[in-house]
Design a protein around this ligand. Sequence first.
Ligand code: PLP
Length: 393
Amino acid sequence: MRVYLDNNATTKIDPIVKVKMQPFFEELYGNPNSLHKYGMEVRPHLNEALGSMYDSLHAADEDDIIITSCATESNNAVLKGIFFKYILSNPEKNHIVTTSVEHPSVIDTLMFLSGHGVDVTYVDVDHEGGISANAMKAAVTDKTVLISMMWANNETGMIFPVDEVGAFAKEKGILFHSDAVQAIGKVPVNLSKTDVDYLTFSAHKFHGPKGIGGLYVKKGKALPNLFHGGEQMGGKRAGTLNVAYIVGMGLAMKQAVGHVEKMNSDVRRLRDKLEDAIAKIPDTIVVGPREKRTPNTLLVSLRGIEGESMLWDLNKAGIAASTGSACASESLEANPVMSAIGEDPELAHTAMRLSLSRFTTEAEIEYTIEVFTKAVERLRSISSTYAYTNEVA
Ligand code: PLP
C-alpha cells in the first residue's frame, strides 16, 4: 500500500481540476492578450477562474488578485513591495512585526530586508506552538509599518489569531499581511470578515497545479509593479499568463473551499483517529491542542527516535510523511518550530509531521497506525538514548 501523508508539503491534483485544465494545452492555447479569436476565446475562462477566486475568498470586486508563480513569490513580492513603496520613502517607519515560525519565504526575505535598514521583530510561539495576539500587539511601535503573520502554521497546523491581529492593525493604521497557504480549504478564509490587506496563497497546497499562486491586495493598498514589461495583470506582474494553471487554480480553490466542512468532519475524524493511536504510544508528544489546529495536521515527537529514522521506516512501508517544512528537508537539522517551542531540545530532533487531505482514506490511516506503532517499537528497541533515558527514569 502507498499512503501519502505529506499534504502540507504538496497535494495531488484534484482529478476534475486536471480535466478542466486539459483543453488549455491543446485547442485553447491562445494568448489572452491577443486580439484575434484564439486570444479572445480564452478570456472568459480566465475571468471565470479569477471570479471563482474572488468568490472563494469573499474578496470585493474593487480588491485585486495578482497571479504569481507560487507562494514564495507572493511573500517576496509583498515584503519587498512594502519596502519599496512605504519604507524607502519614509524610513522613519521601518519596523515590521512577524512571528518566529513563518515560512522561510517570509523569514529569509525579512532577513534580506534587515540588511537594507528594516527593523524586524520576531514574536515567539508559546509552549503550545500558538501565537498570542497580545504578544503581537505588544511588539508594535510607532515605527511599525507592517504586521506579517501566517493564518495557520505549516508544521504544527496551529491557527494564529488573524481576526484579532487584523482588527488591531486596521485600528492602528498598520498594514497586515497573512500567508494563508496552509489555511485555504482547511479553515474558513473570509476576507469580508477578517481585515487583511495582503493574502498569500498557492494552488498546489489545495489540490491545484504546482507553479501557480496568488497575492490578494485590498483596495487602496496597491504595491509597486512586480515585474515590468507588459500590461498583464493590469501591469502589476508582466508576463504571458499561464491560462491552464490559472484555470486550474480557480477550480481547485472553489473545490477546496467547498470541502472545508468535509475537512472539519471526515478528515478531522481520521486525523484524530491517527493522533489517538499515536498518543497512546509511551513517551510521545503531540504538539498543540487539536481544536486549535487545522483539521489535517499532526506534529508528533517520539522520545529516543530521530525523526529521519522514523521517516525511513515509514517510507519502506510506502508511507510518506516529513520531519517538517519540505523547503528544509535536505538538511537534517532540528525542526525549527519545535526548537521555537523549546521545552526540550531533544524534541526538535524527534519531530515528524503527518498531514492528511480530503483524499485520505480510513484504510490508509489504519495501515499507517499499524506500521507506525511497529516502527516505534523497532526503533526504540535499538535506540541507546531511549534505553538510557528509561534506565535513569
Ligand atoms: N508559506 C507556507 C506557510 C508554506 O507552507 C509554503 C510551502 O510549504 C510556502 C509558503 C511556499 O509555497 P510555494 O511552494 O507555493 O512557494
